[in-house]
Design a protein around this ligand. Structure first.
Ligand code: 4AD
Ligand code: MG
Length: 498
């Protein structure tokens, strides 16, 4: 007997195979049971006739998510999910599952997150994790095939690489250590040896923000290149993003469809990406045109909200008038989904006047906030680079501009459709004295960074790089509302389990 996986059933057509997996769902009557088996590679329907008496009896004991081994004949069936069906002759339960907490009806986001260890078995999280895998592989392939060497940078570090406010302290024998916020400073060292390097690792930030963009533990891929200026860094970022999007489009049409992602907007992602300066962005935010546009959008969303509320009332009155249990369940699930969507849109609509005001009153010098990035990125149908931020708004290591000493040679890449920053990067300050002055201004202790300053003492060269937040990239490419769905076990301010 050959053992098979669901994905590869086609190779076994006409043969009897054995499959192992879990029961995703079942319909049964007196004469036949239809088992939906999932095995991690796909889902397939297995038909058990009452004439296969033992198999049929065993099938009837199975509950949702029971584990089992099954044998049967592989038949082509154009109407079946994967194009094949099994006529099962043997069904052997491995463990009959207790009542499974996640059913086909809809659950609230918080319930699902608390059951993340089980929720991973559902088709939506599984689709997202597959896309995640492809995105990570595409990043690695991109750098590996462009002459980069992988450098694993430390996770336990002595001090801040970014904003000191978001450091996670760790007890390190008699000293205090921190969890790494970036591998960049170490990469700057390594690129002076190997030219083009990258790291790919977990990154930690004690972010006290409960936004859809923030995790406390996330994964970042960071390249660093010697003899590179900001234009080189942007070209590299552009190439990497296109490679990632192409890989996902080539491999995951099915998953994107399941997630309800509009693929047409992804297909527009090609070189070159538009570039604007921070000052251009401020002009957009403060413009009368932007205010009018935002007021109009708000008005449309308010009308949409009223529509949804009417729809909800309608479903509720239908619920009062149906008696069949399955119809009630279906209506209740619809109402629950609508209630969540209404709550979300309502929050958004209530926040919007604040965002409109923030944009209108934006002062040159501040960092762009989440709502500002949303406004800018919705103006473009491709990712857009925003360059040359005021130096006060950004990290100490960024290179001061020669043309305008008020700004640094940095870039943030904002993903379209309102997603906002997915990449932050810059050319680095390579002049020892300028860097020392900058560190003094920012009240950083020079001795703490003495090894970093050595890189400017011994053969300093123009260099730069960037960091891509993997979860932000997945969130955008999959069209998700929140980054917490993009990582197997999310860590946020309010969640450390499961
Ligand atoms: O802009 P950031 O802070 O840049 C750096 O860390 C640089 N040292 C990178 C470099 O130049 N080598 O972070 C880079 C990216 C952001 O654009 C965002 O995508 C992601 O990391 N990121 C987060 N993702 C999820 N949750 C958070 N709390 C994040 N903070 C940053
Ligand atoms: Mg940033």
């Amino acid at each position: 007997m050959e053992s098979a996986t669901i994905e590869q059933l086609g190779r076994h057509e006409g043969k009897v195979v054995s499959l192992q997996g879990w029961l995703y769902g079942m319909r049964k009557s007196g004469k036949v049971a239809f088992l939906e088996l999932r095995d991690g590679t796909g889902i397939c329907q297995c038909v058990v006739e009452a004439s296969a008496a033992e198999a049929f009896e065993n099938a009837r004991t199975l509950t949702q998510e029971s584990s089992l081994v099954l044998e049967g004949l592989v038949r082509a069936e154009p109407r079946a999910i994967g194009g094949y069906e099994i006529s099962a002759t043997k069904v052997q339960p491995l463990q009959v599952a207790q009542e499974y907490p996640i059913s086909r009806k809809s659950h609230g986001a918080d319930f699902l997150m608390s059951h993340r260890h089980l929720w991973l078995r559902s088709s939506r999280p599984a689709a997202i994790l597959k896309v995640r895998h492809t995105i990570i592989k595409a990043c690695r392939d991109f750098f590996d095939s462009n002459g980069f060497t992988l450098i694993d940078t430390p996770i336990l570090v002595a001090r801040a690489g970014e904003d000191a406010q978001t450091l996670f302290p760790v007890d390190y024998f008699e000293k205090q250590a921190f969890l790494a916020q970036t591998g960049q400073l170490y990469l700057e060292s390594a690129c002076m040896s190997l030219g083009k390097v990258y790291c790919f690792g977990p990154t930690f930030r004690a972010e006290k923000s409960k936004t859809r963009r923030h995790l406390t533990e996330f994964w970042m891929v960071e390249p660093e290149v010697a003899f590179a200026d900001l234009d080189d860094v942007m070209e590299l970022a552009e190439g990497m993003i296109c490679a990632i999007v192409d890989a996902v489009l080539a491999k995951h049409q099915k998953e994107l469809e399941l997630l309800g992602r509009d693929i047409e907007t992804l297909k527009k992602v090609c070189k070159p990406f538009p570039k604007i300066t921070y000052s251009d962005a401020v002009d957009i935010l403060k413009s009368e045109e932007n205010r009018i546009r935002m007021e109009n959008e708000l008005q449309l969303d308010k009308e949409r909200l009223e529509d949804m509320k009417r729809q909800q009332e309608d479903l509720e009155s239908q619920l009062a008038n149906v008696s069949k249990a399955w119809k009630q369940e279906k209506l209740k699930a619809g109402i629950r989904e609508l209630t969540e969507a209404i709550a979300e849109l309502e929050r958004d609509v209530n926040n919007r006047p604040g965002h409109i005001r923030l944009a209108a009153e934006f002062e040159w010098g501040a960092d762009l906030g989440g709502s500002d990035e949303t406004i800018i990125s919705r103006r473009f149908d491709k990712p857009v680079f925003v360059t040359d931020y005021p130096k006060e708004a950004k990290a100490f290591y960024m290179k001061q501009s020669v043309d305008d000493p008020r700004v640094v040679r940095n870039m943030d890449l904002l993903a379209p459709e309102g997603y906002g920053e997915i990449i932050g990067g810059s050319q680095r300050e390579d002049d020892l004295e300028v860097l020392r002055t900058k560190m003094q201004e920012m009240q950083l202790n020079e001795e703490d960074y003495s090894w970093y300053l050595d890189l400017r003492r011994y053969g300093s060269v123009p260099h730069g790089g960037f960091g891509l937040g993997i979860e932000r990239a997945i969130s955008w490419i999959c069209g998700l509302k929140h980054v917490r769905e993009t990582i197997p076990f999310p860590r946020t301010m309010g969640r450390l389990e499961p």
